[in-house]
Design a binder for this molecule. Structure first.
Ligand SMILES: [Mg+2]
Length: 295
């Protein structure tokens, strides 16, 4: 814009950003991660407040982009030792696919149809449904299309089709799947989703052909949150815990996999592209699959 006339102004903003990057990176990974999270969610930063607050909106956006790319490169070098991996287990909703579809479906679309059918207000419908949902969270029924069809008196599979245009694959997923398979490792989709949801999503995204196997927790009778799930999985998809990578956006699932002994675990920072950054506890996590491309 005016950089020809006021180079000192541009320089000084650029210098401020450079100084922020240096100081934040010098304070360690956790500081950088929490600053990224605050900037992404438009919240006040916790460390080196004054320095970051001196930046204008554009400066904050540039700082955020720089910190994200620095962390991506840093974490890529440390995150996965591909030599050690033989099997890659990938979750579907929120990991490979944008969780926005599922969030929108259960928080907006189902309450809307429920309100219409029962002739009640949307708010009342939401309240009733959310109570029912939270009671079943983490159980096999929670993921079961047939269970909710019966409980709510609505054809859930059909309702999903009404909004299936919202089903979307996260960035770099296809390249990642192809790159991992090219190395000869097993690539397996391991999902809690019901068979009908899996079918709808595979039809919509055409991702199915990129896997060596598709495994539905319903066929094993236990959700991934249950540590016994991984034992059962061994019967149909043998794996060595020390040489297996699991990427999953659910912390309860990652915890159960860790308890079973799976050595390489990764969480997902933004399962829903329209939602906030997620807390990932002490798990390593990715923003995008390009951060862990093999080779
Ligand atoms: Mg998930």
């Amino acid at each position: 814009m005016y950089n020809g006339f006021f180079p000192e102004i541009i320089m000084s903003e650029a210098e401020k950003i450079t100084r922020c990057v240096e100081v934040l990176c010098g304070s360690g990974c956790n500081t950088v991660r929490s600053t990224i999270s605050s900037l992404q969610n438009n919240e006040p930063v916790q460390s080196h407040k004054q320095m970051v607050n001196e930046l204008d909106g554009n400066g904050r956006a540039i700082l955020l982009a720089e910190l994200v790319s620095i962390m991506a490169i840093y974490e890529k070098e440390n995150m996965i030792d591909w030599q050690e991996i033989n099997s890659v287990f990938l979750d579907m909703d929120g990991t490979l696919l944008d969780l926005h579809f599922d969030n929108y479906f259960w928080r907006e679309h189902v309450p809307l149809r429920y309100a219409q059918i029962n002739d009640i207000h949307m708010e009342e419908a939401r309240e009733k449904l959310f109570t029912k949902f939270s009671e079943m969270e983490g159980t096999m029924e929670w993921y079961c299309v047939d269970y909710w069809t019966e409980q709510l008196g609505m054809d859930i599979a059909m309702l999903k089709e009404e909004v299936d245009h919202l089903i979307a694959v996260h960035p770099h997923v296809v390249e990642f799947l192809e790159a991992v398979r090219a190395t000869g490792k097993r690539v397996v989709l391991v999902t809690n989703a019901h068979g009908k949801s899996l079918e709808l999503k595979m039809n919509r995204t055409q991702l199915g052909g990129h896997f060596d196997a598709l495994i539905c927790a319903h066929d094993l009778g236990l959700p991934k949150e249950d540590v016994r799930f991984w034992e059962k999985l061994q019967n149909i998809e043998p794996f060595t815990s020390g040489n297996t990578l699991l990427v999953d956006d659910s912390l309860p699932v990652l915890r159960s996999a860790r308890e079973y002994g799976i050595q390489h675990l990764l969480a997902v920072y933004k399962p829903d592209t329209k939602g906030p950054m997620r807390e990932v506890e002490d798990f390593m996590a990715i923003h995008r699959f390009e951060e862990i491309m093999p080779g």
